[in-house]
Design a protein around this ligand. Structure first.
Ligand code: PEP
Length: 251
């Protein structure tokens, strides 16, 4: 049975003290979330050490929002997968559309980043999704299929045990526009089929596929009720502990 997960992507928000307070608030309410639901907070790099102390030994797992595509060395400003592992990170988000759009993240780089993250024992939340032009041109299935193939087809069925996919339509991120449950389910089912074609039905069935894009307490229940939607990657609503927890209670 694949795992249900709700992951909060804090993006470049909160100072370290504010982030520590947010993590404490999430932790304090985490008992209100059904036991089978995984809870992840993806903080800025600067926050990881302090938030790790808050969530240590709890059900709330720590994630980064990115990691380097190099092992170590003269790469000013980069943070390696080994560094993340050393501060208690269990996960990293990779390929978020903001990184693809503003920082030139390519599928080729994502292969390297995924490889290095897995080598360090991190789980990877790999984001895919179409932009508005691609959606309006009816190319959404094709775009997401290519992104999945370009990155994940370089890995093994064993690797897939530590990879979560997040479908995030770019036009729904931070815009208040949510994909309808039907729109999201169509892509999630397609992603699962693309995974099944390479890794077999069992691996595809066991892979957690999250929806992200203006997910909030008021729409989470409908989204999460769909067969192939296993939870959410939450941006704005993850900055309020009450909303984040309410989303995680929506299964
Ligand atoms: C995100 O950036 O991963 C995201 C889903 O953002 P939001 O929930 O704010 O749309």
């Amino acid at each position: 049975m694949r795992k249900k997960i709700v992951a909060g992507n804090w993006k470049m928000n909160t100072t370290v003290p504010e982030g520590v307070e947010l993590a404490k608030a999430v932790l304090a309410k985490s008992a209100e979330v059904p036991a089978g639901v995984g809870l992840i907070v993806a903080t800025p790099f600067t926050h990881l050490t302090e938030v790790a102390k808050v969530v240590k030994g709890s059900r709330v797992e720590l994630s980064a929002q990115n990691c380097a595509d190099k092992v170590s060395g003269a790469y000013t400003g980069e943070v390696s997968a080994a560094m993340l592992e050393s501060v208690g990170c269990k996960w990293t988000i990779l390929g978020h559309s903001e990184r693809r759009q503003y920082y030139g993240e390519t599928d080729a780089k994502l292969v390297e980043k995924t490889r290095l993250a897995l080598e360090q024992g991190l789980g990877v939340i790999l984001c895919v999704g179409e932009n508005l032009d691609q959606r309006e041109a009816g190319k959404h299935l094709e775009v997401c299929t290519e992104q999945i193939k370009n990155v994940l087809y370089n890995f093994s069925a064993e690797d897939m045990k530590r990879i979560v996919v997040a479908y995030e339509p770019v036009w729904a991120i931070g815009t208040g526009k949510t994909a309808t449950a039907d729109q999201a389910e169509e892509i999630h089912a397609c992603i699962r089929k693309v995974l099944a074609d390479k890794f077999g039905a069992k691996v595809a069935d066991d892979t957690t596929i999250l929806y992200g894009g203006s997910c909030k307490p008021s729409n989470a229940k409908e989204l999460f009720s769909r067969k192939d939607i296993d939870g959410g990657l939450i941006g704005g609503a993850a900055l309020k502990a009450d909303d984040f927890i309410a989303i995680a209670q929506s299964f």
